[in-house]
Design a protein around this ligand. Structure first.
Ligand SMILES: *Cc1c(COP(=O)(O)O)cnc(C)c1O
Length: 369
């Protein structure tokens, strides 16, 4: 026991804090001796509908092929995505979740001496992937909890290779419109890769958010990342994708693991992409649940950050650690965001109507005790 294995890790990794996921239901059940069936988890922006029947059917028929490696090129899913979005197959990169895409970008384009620009309160994976490869992460102060795109532009220098944008952003739910994106893209040097993370776009489509894909033809340095984890309800399978210029896709293809997306995920994602009914129900449920939570929060006199995602950051105007603990004792798991520098907030994912009601009931009880 003489070797300090932490000290041996590369400098960026030594300083990393691991990503903190939402508390799993079984873990809380174990810790507080609760019945897992009575626990409500609104902590990881998961789809409360459960998996769609088409995705489940596709998985079942794929099971007989489990001894074989998946299609390492993910041809069928790439072809389906390319057809859906009117892009070339060579523009599509598949990832083991869109987190994998973010990581591939960092590994391909960042290194010590280089930097990535992202917003304060942005998704935790941006700083983690950046630091892991020894690059500098530049968190630009937010404006009203959202991206300050002008300040982010100003933070770009000769060593900037990547800008991470999330629209809408997690954990704040904030968003920016088409004019703001256009103005930003027009001013970013073409040598800087702009990663537009649209993990929640299916919940916001038709609203005042830009569709990142509309800008790809004019901005070859743009990469749009999306996921099957949220509105498509396949978080456990880990499948996401990027659409970019073929040149960027070619670079990412060089660093990705040969079989980074498994065959069940590929099959399910193909089926989910065609399940327009499931997607519509996801969106509907989310709109209704958001309204339900906003009404309940207003009745409790609480404030929140307006959100275009499937979650809402609630402002308690005081440290929320005790409130979170009390909610856990009520069997309700939400997400503390002190790690994001938001100790006065809790992030609550939109659940089924009954789950949202359970959360509001528990919260009412906790705040009155
Ligand atoms: C949930 C989320 C993702 C998606 O993660 P997956 O790896 O695709 O499950 C990406 N970006 C943001 C901002 C998210 O909140």
């Amino acid at each position: 026991m003489t070797c300090d294995f932490l000290a041996l890790a590369v400098p960026g990794v030594q300083k990393l804090s691991p990503y903190v996921p939402g508390k799993p239901v079984d873990e809380l059940a174990r810790e507080l001796d609760l019945d897992p069936a009575g626990i409500v988890k609104l902590a990881s922006n998961e789809n409360p509908l459960g998996p769609g029947t088409k995705a489940l059917e596709a998985i079942r028929s794929e099971l007989t092929e489990l001894t074989r490696y998946p299609d390492g090129n993910g041809f069928a899913l790439k072809a389906a995505l390319a057809a859906r979005y009117g892009v070339d197959l060579a523009q599509v990169t598949l990832g083991n979740g869109s987190n994998d895409i973010l990581d591939l970008v960092a590994r391909a384009y960042l290194a010590p001496g280089l930097n990535a620009v992202f917003s304060q309160y942005a998704f935790a994976v941006y700083p983690i992937s950046t630091q892991a490869v020894g690059a500098e992460g530049r968190a630009v102060p937010a404006r009203d909890y959202g991206h300050d795109l002008d300040a982010m532009l100003a933070a770009i220098d000769a060593n900037t290779r990547v800008v991470f944008l999330a629209n809408p952003n997690n954990p704040t739910g904030t968003w920016f419109g088409p004019a703001a994106l256009e103005a930003f893209l027009a001013k970013v040097p073409e040598s800087v890769l702009v990663v537009l993370d649209e993990a929640y776009i299916e919940y916001a489509e038709g609203d005042e958010l830009p569709d990142g894909l509309d800008y790809l033809a004019r901005y070859p340095n743009l990469l749009v990342s999306r996921t099957f984890s949220k509105a498509y309800g396949l978080a456990a399978l880990r499948v996401g994708y990027a659409i970019s210029s073929p040149a960027i896709a070619d670079v990412l293809n060089r660093v990705r693991q040969p079989f980074n997306v498994n065959s069940l995920a590929l099959a399910a994602a193909c089926a989910a992409l065609d399940d327009t009914d499931y997607l519509a129900r996801s969106r509907q449920l989310n709109d209704a649940g958001m309204a339900q939570l906003e009404t309940g929060l207003a009745e409790l006199g609480l404030a929140w950050i307006p959100s275009k995602g499937n979650f809402i950051a609630v402002d308690f105007a005081r440290d929320t650690a005790a409130i979170n603990q009390a909610l856990l004792r009520e069997g309700v798991i939400v997400r503390p965001v002190a790690g994001y520098g938001m100790p006065h907030f809790l992030r609550v994912s939109i659940g089924l109507a009954a789950e949202n009601a359970r959360f509001l009931e528990a919260l009412t009880k906790v705040l009155r005790s």
